[in-house]
Design a protein around this ligand. Structure first.
Ligand code: ZN
Length: 307
């Protein structure tokens, strides 16, 4: 009987200890999630439709929490995400700023806060598609994004020569930013050793999207990860255009994808995976999120279903 009681006591103790451990582990897990603040509210694109796709793509990994803040025009109706955070957000609460915003200038105070927090590495920045059209007159922003939708007088351009070597085209020479007709296009990984692209197929077909070309900017500390060929037959430049890159902004990390014009472009599993891995890398400098089995191949696009 005594022996039985001792065993029961040990079991009880073990269970209690295990219970405490499990609870602590869960708490830590929640705390360990990367906290993303997604900014939208103004964009010449359908931000009300695209924000929920990006929020879900990130949160489905279990690695992120995504809050949304909408900098609406006065009198404009809110987006489709409930319980949004007022704009401007408190950046002290977040690891990553994801911009789905292309509209009126942010307040000087918020610009300064973002700049300082990014420079010191307290937050990271993720730029998607038309977010690179914004704030052409904000010098620091141009440095943060590396290059974006600007006229050819606004800065240099990056392309590749016949050997695949990077060529810098000076300001004023060649095309400024634009895009041809929308079509599925091939993304060619140029650095397969970077954490974001490691393990990706060397070439993969992106779903129908706008292929931005002639993007311009200061291009400081830009690391080019992938390019796409802008076919002249589709209204492109007939050259290789930057398609995924990172920027080192003092101590800060920036991930930039010019893909993602609309819902169709964002349903591409290539887009989703690069957004997930790029955001994780921006936050931590490392990537743990896998490349899914249904990732697009060199011949075939692959998208999530519409439901
Ligand atoms: Zn677009």
């Amino acid at each position: 009987m005594q022996r039985l009681m001792r065993i029961s006591f040990l079991l009880l103790t073990a269970c209690t200890l295990f219970g405490v451990d499990a609870t602590q582990a869960e708490d830590k897990k929640a705390e360990d999630k990367i906290k993303v603040i997604l900014i939208d509210g103004q964009n010449n694109h359908n931000w009300r439709a695209t924000t929920p796709i990006m929020k879900k793509a990130l949160e489905d990994t279990g690695r992120f929490t995504v809050d949304v803040t909408s900098n609406l025009k006065e009198g404009d109706k809110p987006g489709n995400v409930k319980d949004t955070v007022p704009f401007p957000p408190d950046l002290g609460k977040y690891n990553v700023v994801l911009s789905n915003y292309n509209g009126a200038a942010w307040t000087a105070e918020f610009q300064k806060t973002l700049d300082e927090n990014l420079k010191t590495g307290k937050v990271s920045l993720v730029i998607v598609h038309a977010a690179n059209n914004a704030f052409g007159n904000w010098d620091q922003y141009n440095k943060m994004i590396g290059m974006g939708w600007r006229g050819n007088g606004a800065g240099d351009r990056l392309t590749l020569d016949a050997d695949g070597k990077e060529v810098r085209v000076p300001k004023g020479k060649g095309p400024g930013a634009g895009h041809g007709s929308q079509h599925p296009f091939k993304v060619v990984v140029r650095d397969g050793e970077h954490p974001i692209t490691k393990g990706m197929p060397k070439e993969w077909m992106h779903a129908q999207d706008e292929l931005y070309h002639g993007m311009r900017g200061p291009i400081e500390n830009v690391h080019l990860l992938a390019t796409s060929f802008a076919d002249k037959a589709k209204g492109g430049t007939g050259e290789h255009e930057p398609m995924i890159w990172t920027v080192t902004y003092d101590k800060g990390r920036v991930f930039h994808t010019p893909m993602g014009h609309d819902v169709a472009g964002m349903r591409c599993i290539g887009f989703i995976t690069t957004l997930q891995r790029g955001t994780e890398w921006a936050a931590t400098g490392k990537v743990t999120l896998p490349i899914p089995k249904d990732f697009p191949t060199a011949e075939k696009t692959s998208s999530i279903s519409e439901k």
